[in-house]
Each structure stands twice: as structure tokens, then as C-alpha cells.
Design a protein around this ligand. Structure first.
Ligand code: GLY
Length: 586
């Protein structure tokens, strides 16, 4: 499956460097961490793609250069990401797409979320003692696998917004899977850090470890003929070969026959999977319209709440260097997370007061709670209005670990179509099960492990058959006068909300360019300690935050922000310097 050599690194370095010369206003620096030189900041006039790996961005750029649409480029980019960044997203996972169509000015959001098998039950993440399972006991194996959704999402997005033949969009990934690609330093580090968990499935182990059982090193050439074969079958037979044929059978067999942790997936779960068009959630803040993904993602709603809570306090006049500024953002985030935990889950199963949570009157009331010099001593969920006018009881808080994961792509094409896509297989390497060259997700652990609160009342985000687990993914488009001026998003589990909200505040209120907003140090509050990014200037704020009454934890905060701004001078793109992403454009 692989040959250890670093020769390809040099070849790709040269090719990628040539491919992006036209776009590089800034110095091409940080992309070189992959061994493949590609800029993490660039400008362009016509089109641009930002993705988590230079080879994926290059596949997207080639499609845009060939006259493809933003969605065409996304399909090619996602198929390559599933190969070169297999720990984050792929055919075995799902995602959310927020898309602006220049032809009619419409913003569409598509929900390609993995779904609980029909046989899933609320108690499936409880142990024999009735307590929530330890996270990795639940994750590793078949139990955590939801119905894969990525391919259906790509096909549906392409049906609506594609220009080139779908089969052509698979070719870059097929080529790379057959010829091989260099294992990136990040992938190598993550394989080594995973260790034994990646050996749960012998197929996964054989792919990520050498014959002596050592983890693949950075620079080793990795081939994936099984993935190439899967893509060729899809190319020849369409999505049905994945959702009905032999591939579906193999997915189901892998999940159900897991010797340690079998799951609940059936052939009919795959056959019946559908992508759902959702109403995007949009609010006007800082004189622009910010649109995000609605439920089952909490990402858009929570992000909009944070923005709506800090705006009345004049955050644009406050300094990013002052603890008081972060008190405001941190407590706004605590308020948003309090609401999120109680109210938000798959709307097909739970009454969720989405409009109420984003209503001006509700946000004004909640914003008043931010008055005062110190950290709020106690933060509780609010009582937003429901569409039917009734006061429905508040569900109890659940138990949802939500560790960091996921990938982010933003694209703008020649016609002005623009998209933000967040894709995932949930935790790094998902369920650790591999089928036909791709990893299966562990998305079901985005449900609450505990189905009920202490009083026995059901948690909104409990597991139920056919339900979509609550997400934090926050693909975002910002529009001025109905036209997009920014596409942004990030991986990071439930930290996504803070990463995206902070970047939006920095761009919209503090007028910082995208290159700065993806790189600035993070300070997050998810209804717990104030998390401050280690090794950054933000640590200077720790004593000030402690004096305001916060418990502070200094730690790595590994966002993977990707952003494209449309400015009067053209397109400005930026990839998070904490990861290996790249910006390519013309
Ligand atoms: N699994 C990451 C998310 O959906 O937020």
C-alpha cells in the first residue's frame, strides 16, 4: 500500500509552488510545514480556495482554473481531503454546506449530517452500571458510527450548483491515491499520538503503521488503492454503488461485526439517507448580515447569539488586549452555551426555539446580564419564545464530550458563487474503523451519552433512531447588501463556536484582515473555565481574567480557521497557521 520515500515531497513542492505563484501577495511561508510549499495567506482576483492541506487546495484550484463552480471545486477538494487528511473528514463522515449562488443571490444550506441508525436507542452510550461510557470506549468500534453522508451531500450540492462532470471531480483524488502522497507532519504526529487505538481494526492498522508496527513517518509516501477503487466505482456507478451496493454491505458488515464494540447500522439506513435543505440562520450584526448553519448544528445559532450579545456593549471600541473585552465575549459565550445545551438538537425530534433564541428582544434581555465589572457569578439558560407561543419546559443538560476534530473549506469561484463547508468524521480518525480506503465516523458520540437529566426528564440531544446528532460546526457567510464579503469556518469540536465568533468579532468590529483573524491567539469560554491559548500573547491576560473571577486554563487551542474576504482590491484568503492549510487562487 505504500513505499517509504520522500522524493515526491520535492516534486510536489515544485508543482504546488508554480501552481500558486499568481496568487501570492504575502510571503509563502507556513504551508511548508507539510513539506509542500503553499501559502497560508494570499490574494487573488478571480477565484480562490482555502483548505486544510495544500494538495486538497490544489485540486480545488485546478477545478476553478478549468471553469468549475465553487461546488465543483469543493467536491474535488473534499475527495482529496479524505485521502491526505483522513483523520478529519471523508466518505465515511458528513458535513454542512452554506452556499451563495451569484445567479439568484440565494443562500442555501445543506445538511449532510450523519444520522443515527434506525435501531439506535437513548441508552446506547450507557454502561452496564447505567453511567455514561468513557469517551473512547464509546468511540472506538462500530457503536459510534452514524450513517455516512458526505457522498450524498457532494452529489446533492453538485446537482444544484455543479458545472463540470462529477466524474471528473473525482480524478485528482484517484490519481493521488494511486500514485501516492507524502504523509504530512501533522498526520504523522496524530498517528503516533493515537498509538494502540488505531490498531483496533487490523485494516486501519495496516494502513497507518508499517510492517514492524511503527507509525508512518512524515514524508513517507502513502498509497491508497482501496480508496482509488472506491472512487472509480462511484465514478462508474454513481452514488448508489456506495449507498446500496457492495460498498454499503462492507460498511454495514464492518460496523455490525466489530468484535469488541458492535454497532447498529443496517443496509436500509444507508439506502434511506437523505440530505436536507435547511433554512440558514441569519441576523444583522455590525451592519452586515451574518448567515450560519441551522439545526442540527448549534454552530450558527450560538455564534449569532455571541455576536448579538456583545454588539450592544460597543465591542468595536474595546481593546483586544483588555481583560474586560474578554469578560464580555467570554460571558456572552457562557450565555450562548447555556442555551445551546438545553434547547438545541435535531428539530425533527425536538421543539427548538431557534427564532426565539435569535430574536432582538431576547438577545437584548440576555445582553443586560453582561452588565457589571466581573465574571457573571452564575449563568443559566434563558426562556426564549417558541414559534407556537407556548412555554415549553426546558430540557435538562446532557453529557456530550465533543473532542476537537473536523476540517474547513472556503471557496469563491469566477461567477461569484461562494461557499463555506465544514466536514467531519467527528473525533480524529473517527471510529478508527476503515472500509475500502476510508475511515468511518464516530458521529453518534456527538449525542448526549446520558439520555435523561437527574429528574428523569429527557435531554434534547439524546440518541434516537433516525436522529441527527447536534453539531457545533459553523460554516459562515457574511453578506453586505446581499452579496458575500466573507466566508469562514473552523474545525475544533465545540470550540468551533468560539473560534468562529472571535474571528468574526475581530473582522467585523475591530476591522482586522483575514490573515490576522485566523492567527490571533484564542480565548474561549464554553460554560466552564476560561481557556487561554498557550504560548501566545493571550497568556498576558490570565491574571486580569483571574482577577475578574474566572478559573483559567492555559492550553493548546488548535483551531483550523479558513477564510476568504471579498475586498475592493480583490480576494484575500487565509488559512490557520496552527495547521497545514493552504490558500490558492488566481
Ligand atoms: N463532530 C464535530 C461537530 O459536529 O461539531
Amino acid at each position: 500500500m505504500r513505499i517509504a520515500t520522500a522524493v515526491l515531497v520535492t516534486a510536489l513542492t515544485v508543482t504546488a509552488a508554480r501552481a500558486e505563484q499568481a496568487s501570492d501577495r504575502y510571503a509563502p511561508e507556513a504551508g511548508s510545514v507539510t513539506g509542500i510549499v503553499a501559502p497560508q495567506q494570499a490574494t487573488a482576483r478571480r477565484h480562490m480556495v482555502v483548505a486544510a492541506h495544500p494538495l486538497a487546495a490544489r485540486a480545488g484550484l485546478e477545478v476553478l482554473d478549468a471553469g468549475g463552480s465553487a461546488v465543483d471545486a469543493l467536491v474535488a477538494t473534499q475527495m482529496v481531503l479524505g485521502l491526505v487528511e483522513p483523520q478529519s473528514s471523508g466518505l465515511g463522515g458528513g458535513g454542512f454546506l452554506l452556499h451563495y449562488a451569484a445567479a439568484n443571490g440565494g443562500v442555501t444550506s445543506l445538511d449532510g449530517r450523519e444520522t443515527a441508525p434506525a435501531a439506535a436507542t437513548p441508552d446506547m452510550f450507557l454502561g452496564t452500571d447505567g453511567q455514561p461510557l468513557p469517551f473512547f470506549t464509546a468511540v472506538v468500534g462500530g457503536r459510534s458510527v452514524g450513517t455516512p453522508a458526505t457522498l450524498r451531500l457532494m452529489v446533492e450540492a453538485h446537482r444544484r450548483f455543479g458545472r463540470l462532470a462529477f466524474t471528473d471531480l473525482l480524478k485528482p483524488a484517484i490519481r493521488l491515491a494511486e500514485n501516492g502522497f507524502p504523509v504530512s507532519p501533522r498526520l504523522a504526529d496524530l498517528i503516533a499520538a493515537e498509538g494502540e487505538r488505531l490498531k483496533h481494526d487490523p485494516v486501519t492498522a495496516a494502513y497507518f503503521f508499517d510492517a514492524a508496527g511503527a507509525p508512518l513517518r512524515a514524508g513517507a509516501t502513502l498509497r491508497n488503492p482501496a480508496y482509488a477503487d472506491t472512487l472509480r466505482r462511484i465514478s462508474d456507478g454513481g452514488e448508489d454503488v456506495f449507498y446500496r451496493g457492495e460498498i454499503a454491505a462492507d460498511i454495514v458488515a464492518k460496523v455490525m461485526a466489530d468484535p469488541v464494540n458492535p454497532g447498529r447500522l443496517s443496509a436500509s439506513d444507508l439506502e434511506n439517507y437523505t440530505v436536507i435543505e435547511r433554512e440558514p440562520v441569519c441576523n444583522t450584526v455590525f451592519a452586515v448580515e451574518v448567515c450560519g448553519m441551522g439545526l442540527p448544528s448549534s454552530g450558527g445559532i450560538a455564534t449569532l447569539q455571541i455576536l448579538g450579545l456583545v454588539e450592544p456593549w460597543g465591542i468595536e471600541h474595546m481593546s483586544p488586549q483588555a481583560p474586560e473585552t474578554w469578560r464580555l465575549i467570554g460571558d456572552a459565550s457562557r450565555l450562548a452555551f447555556a442555551d445551546r445545551e438545553r434547547w438545541l438538537a435535531d428539530p425533527a425530534f425536538v421543539r427548538a426555539p431557534v427564532a426565539g433564541l435569535l430574536a432582538t428582544g431576547y438577545l437584548s434581555l440576555r445582553a443586560k446580564l453582561l452588565d457589571g465589572p466581573n465574571a457573571m457569578p452564575e449563568v443559566t439558560p434563558g426562556q426564549p419564545a417558541f414559534d407556537d407561543g407556548a412555554l415549553w419546559p426546558m430540557p435538562p443538560a446532557g453529557v456530550t464530550p465533543e473532542l476537537p476534530s473536523t476540517t474547513q473549506v472556503v471557496i469563491r469561484d469566477d461567477a461569484g458563487d461562494m461557499l463555506s463547508y465544514t466536514g467531519t468524521i467527528e473525533n480524529g480518525f473517527g471510529s478508527r474503523l476503515m472500509v475500502r480506503g476510508f475511515l468511518l465516523n464516530n458521529e453518534l458520540t456527538d449525542f448526549s451519552f446520558a439520555p435523561t437529566g437527574k429528574d428523569g426528564a429527557p435531554v434534547a440531544n439524546r440518541v434516537e433512531g433516525g436522529k441527527r446528532p447536534r453539531s457545533s460546526m459553523a460554516p459562515t457567510l457574511v453578506l453586505r447588501d446581499g452579496v458575500p464579503v466573507l466566508a469562514i469556518g473552523s474545525p475544533g469540536g465545540s470550540r468551533i463556536i468560539g473560534f468562529v465568533a472571535q474571528a468574526l468579532i475581530a473582522h467585523l468590529a475591530w476591522k482586522k484582515p483575514v490573515a490576522e483573524i485566523v492567527a490571533m491567539p484564542h480565548l474561549l469560554n464554553r460554560f466552564g473555565p476560561f481557556e487561554v491559548e498557550a504560548g501566545t500573547a493571550a497568556t498576558a491576560l490570565v491574571p486580569g481574567l483571574q482577577a475578574l473571577g474566572y478559573r483559567v486554563e492555559v492550553q493548546e487551542l488548535n483551531s483550523g480557521l479558513a477564510a476568504i474576504a471579498v475586498t475592493p482590491a480583490g480576494l484575500e484568503g487565509a488559512a490557520d497557521p496552527r495547521r497545514e492549510g493552504a490558500v490558492l487562487g488566481r
